[in-house]
Design a protein around this ligand. Structure first.
Ligand SMILES: O=C(O)[C@@H](O)C(=O)COP(=O)(O)O
Ligand SMILES: [Zn+2]
Length: 214
């Protein structure tokens, strides 16, 4: 895809997420890798009303070279690109279910989206809960680097999900799947739940290539 096509795709998919309630106001940010760097949504922009020509562009060293000032979470995005070389896009949302889950006290930090349904295993993989950081705090990027590329998705405590994937479309879809599963988990709070077994999870990974790998 050309850079112009990627810019158009970013605008279209961000608008779709906004219109379906996956983001509100100026919450969330999205980036996509291009040949000579990174495109990322400008800080304080609304995902529903992006202008393709004003999307921020960073060079390979992370320097802002074009467009409006970049999202303050650029370090979160760059940490995924650096530790998962196959990453082509990163999506951060404040979607309701995933954010609700990120606020619950007794969540398993090593597996905060347990295998409730096959699709979340196939598309998202094991999700790590990271501690709370003030938005824009570069320390969260260091924590993601510390995962050494083991997770395609994390939940930022009391904040929301960050998902990395091979390309923009599949990353947006993975963020949607994570959100829907988080909603189910919140709905099922306090009830006895039957999770997929370790064998069932393994069979899904084997049969469909499993979650995105580094
Ligand atoms: O929660 C926040 O403040 C950020 O993580 C966010 O979602 C929006 O920040 P910008 O991308 O800088 O607008
Ligand atoms: Zn945020």
């Amino acid at each position: 895809m050309t850079e112009a096509q990627l810019r158009d795709d970013l605008v279209r998919l961000a608008k779709s997420l906004f219109e379906r309630g996956f983001s509100v106001g100026s919450a969330g940010n999205i980036s996509v890798r291009v040949a000579d760097g990174l495109l990322i949504t400008p800080t304080n922009s609304c995902l529903g009303f992006l202008d393709a020509d004003r999307i921020s562009k960073l060079d390979r060293d992370g320097r802002h070279v074009a467009g409006d000032p970049p999202s303050k979470e650029v370090f979160l995005h760059r940490a995924f690109y650096e530790t998962r070389p196959a990453t082509g896009a990163v999506v951060h949302l404040h979607s309701t279910g995933a954010t609700a889950l990120s606020c619950l006290a007794d969540v398993d930090a090593d597996d905060c989206i347990p295998p409730l349904t096959p699709y979340v295993v196939m598309r998202v993989g094991t999700v790590k809960l990271l501690p709370y950081f003030r938005p824009g705090d570069a320390s969260a990027g260091d924590l993601i680097r510390g995962l050494n590329g083991a997770h395609a998705a994390v939940l930022l405590a009391n904040h929301g999900p960050v998902v990395a994937g091979a390309d923009l479309r599949s990353t947006v879809q993975a963020a949607e799947e994570l959100e829907e599963t988080a909603k189910l988990l919140v709905l099922l709070q306090g009830q006895r739940v039957r999770l997929l077994s370790a064998d069932q999870v393994q069979a899904l990974r084997g049969a469909f290539g499993g979650p995105p790998t580094p």
